[in-house]
Ligand binder design. Structure first.
Ligand SMILES: CC(C)(COP(=O)(O)OP(=O)(O)OC[C@H]1O[C@@H](n2cnc3c(N)ncnc32)[C@H](O)[C@@H]1OP(=O)(O)O)[C@@H](O)C(=O)NCCC(=O)NCCS
Length: 94
């Protein structure tokens, strides 16, 4: 477990909440099951595909996480952080 991707997304999601965002979206390679799994843990679900998005060859799955401005979503982020070793700091972003 490297958890750097988790920590990065945790920081981004918290910063997005702070900025007043309500939803997050991203694209991920169809073949990248590991990343999809991590995104699901952050509440992202698949909503569509971008055909041949990567190098004109591989499709992208479009994923969204909705209602990130809710207390429930803050709880989800806190639970993800609790499961990580050490601390996730975001000095300079606060
Ligand atoms: C996908 C990636 C971002 C995960 O980052 P990470 O936080 O460092 O990885 P972790 O080992 O802490 O795993 C976090 C979660 O990702 C998922 N995951 C990671 N690797 C996985 C794999 N090989 N298979 C399935 N799920 C996987 C799991 O849900 C995991 O949670 P769990 O440990 O509770 O099961 C990392 O593998 C990575 O950096 N990949 C290369 C770059 C990349 O794919 N970026 C995303 C582009 S869209």
């Amino acid at each position: 477990m490297l958890e750097r991707g988790t920590r990065l997304l945790l920081t981004l999601a918290r910063q997005a909440r702070k900025a007043g965002s309500k939803n997050l979206t991203l694209e991920v390679r169809v073949s990248n099951r590991g990343a999809q799994s991590m995104y699901q843990s952050f509440g992202f679900g698949p909503v569509g595909m971008r055909s041949r998005y990567y190098e004109g060859v591989e499709d992208a799955i479009v994923m969204w996480a909705n209602d990130i401005d809710t207390p429930d979503y803050a709880d989800r982020l806190d639970a993800i952080e609790v499961a990580l070793p050490g601390r996730t700091t975001w000095d300079g972003l606060a």
